[in-house]
Ligand binder design. Sequence first.
Ligand SMILES: Cc1cc2nc3c(=O)[nH]c(=O)nc-3n(C[C@H](O)[C@H](O)[C@H](O)COP(=O)(O)O)c2cc1C
Length: 185
Amino acid sequence: MKNIVLLTLTLICLGGRMESLAQTESNKILIAYFTWSGNSKKIAEQISKEINSDVFEIVSEKGYPEEYIACTEQAKTELQNQERPKLKTNLEDISKYKTVILVYPNWWNTIPMPVATFLESHNFADKTLIPICTHLGSRFGTSINDVKRLAPKAKIGEGFHIRGLEDESSFSKKVSDLLKNNKLK
Ligand SMILES: Cc1cc2nc3c(=O)[nH]c(=O)nc-3n(C[C@H](O)[C@H](O)[C@H](O)COP(=O)(O)O)c2cc1C
C-alpha cells in the first residue's frame, strides 16, 4: 500500500515537472527588432528584461546613412522598389519560438524593408506575431496589414504603437497590457 502511494506521488511530481518543462519550451518568446536611431532597441531590451526572452536584431548588410535626410531617401527608394535588403544577422532557428514580438520604427508609414526581408525569410505558421511600432505621429501606418501580407500564416497578436519613447509610466502600462492581453506573463 505504502509503495503504491509513493509511486503515485512520484508519478504526480514527474508529471507536473514534465508539464512545466513542456510549457516553458512551447511558450518560448523571441523579441526581434530593427532600429536606426535606438528607440526600438530600447523598447526591445526593456521588454526582454521583463519576460527574460531571447532578442534578435535585424540588421541590413548594406546599412543606412547616419544623416537623417539621407537615411529617409534610401529608405524611400527601398520601399518604392520593394527591395529586400540582405541581412547581416541570421536567426538560425525560429521553430523553437511560439511568439515573436516584432519591434520596428515606422518608416514612410510602414515597416523598414529589412523587416520585410526578415518576415519573408521565416515560417510563421502556428506562431503569434506581436507588432510594436515606434513613430513620430503615423502610429502603425499600414504596417499591420503589411506584416500580415508578408507573414500570412502568423496569428497577429495585440501589440502597441508608441511615439518616440514617450514617458516611463505610459510605456510601462503599454508593456504590462501587452503581456496581459497576449497571456505572456
Ligand atoms: C527613414 C525614416 C522614415 C520615417 N518615416 C516616418 C513616418 O512615415 N511616420 C512617422 O511617424 N515617423 C517616421 N519616422 C520616424 C521614426 O519612426 C521614429 O523616429 C522612430 O521612433 C525611430 O525608431 P528607431 O530609433 O528605432 O530607429 C521615420 C524615420 C526614418 C529614419
